[in-house]
Design a binder for this molecule. Sequence first.
Ligand SMILES: [Zn+2]
Length: 58
Amino acid sequence: MLGLRYFACERCETVVAEVEAPVACRECGASEIGELTGEGSASEYFAPSGRGRDGGQG
Ligand SMILES: [Zn+2]
């Protein structure tokens, strides 16, 4: 198993699946990359039914 993990750019919210955390976002070059955790959380990002993110920090 490769054990892919999902990471989301905190600037442009681009989600990528990598084995290791990317150094920088491939889209905008930001280094603020957060790992997505929890089952199904990543699929929500990929799903076309734009579910809004909860407001809060950020
Ligand atoms: Zn980005």
